[in-house]
Design a protein around this ligand. Structure first.
Ligand SMILES: [Fe+2]
Length: 203
């Protein structure tokens, strides 16, 4: 965070919500690399999630995956013009600091974005989350799009808040999905925190 504050412009904060869910459920949602394709499909017109790799460094990890998109409709562009600046394939790099931070490192044609999601347990059944956004403009359009970029992140948080409690409640795993390495990383660390135990989940 200190590095971001030093090297990037602060774009703003958004998506400050308290959700009626426990911390583990919120973290499982954030590390579920399949859910982009469901929960956020309409927002980003994501076709699929192509998982690349996961680097497990204990309480710190990196996940890389690509999300090819279809062209957004006219209506979707009108509802948020920032989708126009998104590449045809979103190359996602998520950096995770268990249990409190997930950072989306994003690059678009108009600028670099560091989208930081923070998680604060408020009680056993309530968890607060919010987003701090930092960026580096590559075009003058970037600063003009500031509010649109924040609104995209706000919509992402609202979609996650809506889905939480519906599908992660009880978090018993009934269906084995692909790309679940991030969720396994969360479960392992949640049980052993602050100790780090095996297995190492890098792949
Ligand atoms: Fe999400």
């Amino acid at each position: 965070m200190n590095g971001f504050a030093r090297d990037y412009e602060f774009i703003g904060h958004t998506g400050d919500v308290t959700v009626e869910t426990d911390l583990l459920s919120m973290l499982l949602n954030m590390h579920d690399y399949n859910h982009q394709n469901g929960t956020h499909r309409s927002l980003f017109t994501i076709n699929s999630v192509e998982f690349q790799s996961f680097q497990d460094e204990g309480l710190h990890s990196h996940a890389y995956y690509n999300m090819p998109r279809s062209q957004p409709s006219f209506k979707e562009v009108l509802s948020n013009p920032a989708v126009l600046a998104m590449p045809q394939t979103i190359e996602a790099h998520l950096e995770n600091f268990f249990p409190s931070l997930v950072i989306f490192h994003g690059a678009t044609a108009i600028g670099i974005v560091k989208q930081v999601h923070l998680f604060i347990p408020e009680s056993l059944t309530r968890t607060r989350t919010y987003v701090l956004m930092f960026g580096k403009p590559l075009s003058p359009v970037f600063r003009l799009a500031r509010q649109n970029i924040l609104n995209l992140a706000k919509t992402v948080v609202e979609q996650d808040a809506d889905i939480l409690g519906k599908i992660y409640a009880g978090h018993s795993q009934k269906i084995k999905l692909n790309n679940e390495v991030g969720m396994n990383w969360v479960r392992r660390n949640f049980e052993s925190f602050p100790e780090v135990v095996g297995p190492n989940l890098s792949r």
